[in-house]
Design a protein around this ligand. Structure first.
Ligand code: ADP
Length: 486
């Protein structure tokens, strides 16, 4: 990997604590899922390292919260500029540790950097209000103050953007941060730490610790100094963290699993809908929480949609993310391939039609590859892949009769993150987007995330929103001050 980087000093293997690099004699391996080769050995700093990071963040908070928001925003902005300047290297690091194609990896870096510049600007607009009070001779007003030390636990599918999306608004709002990245993708997090160091954040304001989740996690969720847990990952782990946070009544912001329905109505532009499915389903080889999980087509367009999808899926090129022409990289590891294969086997056994793909390429290609797959599930929504997040390059299409049935099917899940709707009927746009129990609805649009807009879920998909003014407000406390005797 070093040879691919213009600036090899972005490759770090120690944790970043209190403004310096913290090493350890314990380590874990990071492997490239495309060929299982060793990318790096990363220090595991254990519970001791986690305590040091939390203590450093708590000390730094005392002064960081007093720094003017103009100065905080200036440093956050500098971090943004450095991230953009090194986007190619950061992209290569993502591809090496998690496998997504280089063009997507660079796209992620730029997308993630968008949250950094947005946060720098938005934090300057955080303000209180004056309120009317019922008591004669009194005045009342509100303050928005930083929450305190924030512990961020992030996943491997967006190793860079999930960190910037949480940390930039937290830092700009005046919080200090301890990040624990996924063990699969620590190098992206540590490269961001190196750039934060160069940007000039004071020691302890931004910390990244690597090691075993079961050891570091409880230190982060239990420490008195930590006032908020920001998490993106599985619903199962999110629930565990919420339980741990409950003891200290810590604030939680959770971005959890999804089971996105992608609804295509009879009146939709089928070609545009097929393009939308491809963008939503096959980005990061289907390993995103907003990936279309259940493609539900109204009877009148189902055949045309399947035909249009087949042509597109069969054109996808599978390979290493470093190859220019690759559309679909490997999954994160071999167990992920086995999980996806089991879901497809379940569908096959229940009589679903495999139109193309449907097999693991892990043996043949020497890495964690699965063939891009199109499945026709008919009206059988009891398939395991209809109720579980597929997290792989497998598109499954179901059929439904009318609007009411489609809404019922779409909402028949414990998740509520993203939903997609393709229709050209403006009445339908309103009726259906209002009826869908999801935090984000893309109408004739397959991507719903941006720095300016709220990202987050309903039901078991999470609590809180990232992005926009809401993403900055999450990291503030609303305080009321009443002044008497005026
Ligand atoms: P996935 O199954 O996609 O890897 P996870 O929810 O397991 O999703 O992982 C998301 C993040 O949560 C990662 O950083 C992972 O290390 C972390 N994590 C997993 N288990 C725990 C735990 N028990 N305590 C704290 N963090 C955890």
């Amino acid at each position: 990997l070093k040879d691919r980087l213009k600036d090899p000093s972005l490759l770090k293997t120690a944790s970043f604590v209190d403004g310096g690099w913290l090493d350890s004699s314990d380590f874990f391996e990071v492997r490239n899922p495309a060929d299982r080769s060793l990318v790096a050995k990363v220090a595991d700093v254990g519970a001791g390292g986690a305590h040091r990071a939390v203590d450093a963040a708590a000390r730094a908070f005392a002064s960081w919260k007093q720094v003017s928001v103009y100065e905080r925003a200036r440093l956050v902005r500098r971090w943004h500029d450095l991230i953009v300047e090194h986007a190619a290297d950061l992209g290569a690091i993502i591809t090496a540790e998690m496998g997504k194609p280089l063009k997507e990896a660079r796209g992620e870096v730029v997308y993630g950097a968008g949250f950094v510049s947005w946060s720098a600007e938005e934090a300057m607009r955080v303000h209180g209000e004056t309120l009317s009070t019922p008591f004669p001779g009194s005045r009342g007003w509100t303050l928005r103050q930083p929450v305190g030390v924030v512990a961020c636990i992030t996943p491997w599918n967006f190793p860079s953007a999930m960190i910037t999306r949480k940390c930039a608004p937290a830092l700009a709002a005046g919080c200090t941060v301890v990040v624990k990245p996924a063990p699969e993708t620590p190098l992206s997090a540590l490269a961001l730490a190196e750039l934060a160091k160069r940007a000039g954040f004071p020691a302890g304001v931004f910390n990244v610790i690597c090691g075993e989740a079961e050891t570091l996690g409880p230190v982060m969720t239990k420490a008195d100094a930590v006032r908020m847990i920001g998490f993106t990952g599985s619903t199962e782990v999110g629930k565990l963290l919420m339980r741990q946070a409950a003891d200290g009544v810590k604030r939680v912001s959770l971005e959890l699993g999804g089971n996105a329905p992608f609804l295509i109505m009879d009146d939709a532009d089928v070609e545009a809908a097929a393009d939308g499915v491809m963008a939503s389903k096959f980005r990061a080889a289907g390993q995103t929480c907003v990936s279309a999980n259940r493609i539900i087509a109204q009877e009148g367009v189902a055949d045309a949609l399947i035909k249009a999808l087949r042509v597109r899926v069969e054109k996808l090129k599978v390979g290493s993310g470093f190859e220019e022409r690759t559309d679909i990289g490997p999954l994160i590891h071999d167990e992920a391939v086995e999980r996806v294969a089991a879901l497809v086997d379940d569908a096959r056994e229940r009589g679903a039609k495999i139109i193309t793909g449907g097999q693991s390429l892990a043996g043949k290609m020497g890495g964690a590859f699965y063939a891009p797959t199109l499945i026709e599930g008919g009206s059988d929504v009891s398939l395991s892949m209809a109720s579980n997040e597929i997290f792989g390059p497998v598109a499954s299409v179901y059929r439904a009769a009318d609007e009411a049935e489609m809404i019922r099917l779409a909402n028949d899940t414990r998740y509520g993150l993203a939903a997609y709707l393709y229709t050209r009927d403006v009445g339908r746009v309103h009726r259906m987007s209002e009826a869908l129990e999801f935090g984000m609805v893309g109408v004739n649009a397959p991507m719903v995330g941006s720095p300016a807009t709220p990202f987050g879920g309903m039901k078991e998909s999470g609590i809180g929103r990232e992005g926009g003014k809401w993403g900055v407000e999450e990291f503030t406390e609303l305080k009321f001050v009443l002044l008497g005797g005026v």
